[in-house]
Write a protein that binds this ligand. Structure first.
Ligand code: HEC
Ligand code: HEC
Ligand code: HEC
Ligand code: HEC
Ligand code: HEC
Ligand code: HEC
Length: 364
């Protein structure tokens, strides 16, 4: 095609030169002829879109459409902004730019992933594709592919990096709500001594993604058995219930349904439970009973760790301390249960088994 075009150009050029040569023998040119008639009008183009109408899909004088979500969002911990101005690894989950720059955790975090511009708090832009197309498609979520490599296992040789099952819209939640292990997490069969120097040793604050996959605990052998990795709330029974279903619900409540920043009693989205449990009241009753049971186990394990001088009075590790591997395993599982904050609901059978087997392991 290309050579063809070049050939055609050359031919044209030669023809023009030949014409110029021939005509140069003639006399001067006559005056220009009259202009030709106007051509017919072209067809009308499609009407342009009123920019205001585009914007009004989401913005109007009473911000009816995004107003509800803005008000709810302001009430959620996501608007809390804890450490949003931190750079480095923290930025990957605690602010908008760090998260969007990072986009996925499929590789171990390195300094090169750090975002170096101005940082803002988690906002609509963190989770939605705001102002990308200026259509309702912009409500699409920023991250929808499964989390195939977690941060857990990068520091501790005992654990391979895990992956989470595909949770659709909740894959995004699990990008941030996952544990960073601080190293020295013992394997289930570890022996020997583990020396801890950091009083904050334990999973980082948001291990809900791991727990919802029955991961990140030390699977101490014992009387209680564990569901397969990947299963969460429904344990060994097939079926799934996702973060978004329980925490946003059908009404897409951006206050996150369960909790607020001001310490008042949290409420649960029981409407999400009825697809599997009899009705909302039954689910609520089950929830309360489980929370009480798991709190009891957490308290029992905490008492053992206090007795053995492993925890100080403020629930920090009494560092520096040399622990037997068994003590370290039980301490880790205690911290995981506390940091998960759901009192077992994210994975009832898994959490009860971790706590029961930990208690049995270090009871003198
Ligand atoms: C699909 C919904 C959607 C559409 C369509 C949309 N916006 Fe927005 N816009 C948002 C959201 C969400 C925010 C962030 C609100 C917040 O942070 O509370 C926003 C924020 C803004 C802001 C505040 C400054 C900023 O950038 O954060 C301006 C100004 C704005 N939009 C202008 C427009 C204009 C002009 C149009 C039309 C060309 C438009 N928007 C169309 C959803 C939309
Ligand atoms: C993998 C994502 C991730 C990284 C990386 C991360 N965090 Fe977090 N962090 C979270 C999540 C999610 C929560 C909220 C968990 C919850 O409420 O249970 C949280 C909560 C916290 C809290 C408690 C906030 C509160 O309201 O009580 C502090 C403090 C904190 N992080 C500090 C840090 C610091 C400092 C760093 C960097 C050294 C860091 N985080 C790195 C995900 C992360
Ligand atoms: C932590 C992540 C997160 C943040 C921050 C967030 N959203 Fe959402 N938003 C979601 C999720 C998850 C859904 C539900 C998606 C689904 O169910 O398909 C949703 C749904 C919505 C919907 C309904 C879209 C539809 O297709 O029906 C709107 C509108 C919306 N969000 C607006 C906002 C606005 C405005 C803000 C900022 C004030 C915001 N969101 C902040 C996660 C977030
Ligand atoms: C960009 C990282 C990020 C994403 C994505 C994210 N979270 Fe969070 N989430 C956090 C951080 C950080 C906190 C703690 C914020 C603080 O205390 O300032 C938090 C807090 C929470 C809380 C505590 C609520 C409260 O009011 O106490 C819940 C519940 C929660 N997130 C659920 C979700 C769900 C469900 C999704 C997915 C739709 C999600 N998160 C997506 C980072 C994230
Ligand atoms: C997809 C189906 C499904 C949904 C939706 C669901 N559950 Fe469950 N739930 C189960 C299954 C299955 C088990 C049994 C798990 C096992 O034996 O390991 C269970 C177990 C429980 C338990 C533990 C009971 C015990 O003591 O062992 C509680 C509490 C509970 N669900 C409450 C809830 C609440 C509250 C909701 C809604 C917020 C909910 N469930 C939504 C399927 C579901
Ligand atoms: C079966 C319903 C259910 C599912 C599924 C679920 N959660 Fe929860 N979550 C709860 C309940 C109930 C609580 C506890 C509220 C309480 O008692 O304080 C909770 C607590 C939390 C908290 C701590 C809130 C606080 O008190 O500050 C975070 C963060 C959280 N969940 C995130 C997630 C994430 C991320 C996922 C998905 C990986 C998820 N949850 C899946 C029901 C659920």
């Amino acid at each position: 095609m290309k050579t063809n075009n070049i050939f055609r150009l050359l031919t044209l050029a030669l023809a023009a030169m030949a014409f110029a040569f021939v005509t140069s023998c003639e006399g001067p040119a006559g005056p220009a002829g009259p202009a030709g008639a106007d051509g017919t009008n072209g067809a009308d183009g499609a009407p342009g879109q009123d920019i205001n109408e585009t914007c009004k899909q989401c913005h109007n004088s009473n911000t009816e459409i995004i107003g509800a979500q803005q008000a709810q969002f302001a009430y959620s911990a996501h608007a809390g902004g804890t450490y949003y101005n931190r750079t480095g690894q923290c930025a990957a989950c605690h602010n908008n730019e760090g998260f969007r720059a990072r986009a996925s955790y499929t590789d171990e975090w390195t300094e090169a992933d750090a975002f170096t511009g101005a940082l803002t708090q988690i906002s609509c832009y963190t989770c939605h594709m705001v102002h990308e197309t200026y259509t309702l498609d912009d409500w699409g979520l920023t991250y929808v592919t499964p989390v195939t490599a977690t941060l857990f296992g990068f520091e501790s040789d005992a654990y391979a990096q895990g992956s989470f099952v595909d949770n659709g819209n909740s894959n995004m939640c699990m990008q941030c709500h996952q544990s960073r292990d601080p190293g020295l997490v013992p394997a289930a069969d570890a022996t020997g001594t583990i020396s801890i120097t950091n009083k904050r040793w334990g999973p980082h604050h948001g291990p809900q993604g791991n727990v919802s996959n029955s991961l990140a605990g030390v699977r101490i052998a014992g009387n209680a058995s564990y569901p397969a990795e990947g299963n969460g709330h429904t344990g060994s029974i097939s079926g799934t219930i996702t973060c978004v279903e329980c925490h946003f619900g059908e009404n897409k409540d951006h206050a996150l349904g369960f909790a607020d920043n001001y310490g008042t009693k949290v409420f649960a989205n029981y409407a999400a439970c009825v697809q599997c449990h009899t009705d909302e009241d039954t689910a609520e009753g089950l929830h309360e009973a489980l929370a009480a049971e798991v709190q009891g186990k957490i308290d029992a394990l905490q008492a053992l760790l206090l007795d053995q001088g492993i925890l100080d009075g403020s629930d920090y590790v009494a560092v520096p301390i040399d622990l037997s591997a068994d003590q370290a395993k039980a301490l880790w599982n205690y911290k995981l249960a506390v940091e998960d904050k759901s009192l077992g609901l994210h994975a009832p059978t898994y959490m009860k088994a971790l706590l029961d087997n930990s208690i049995a392991l270090i009871t003198p």
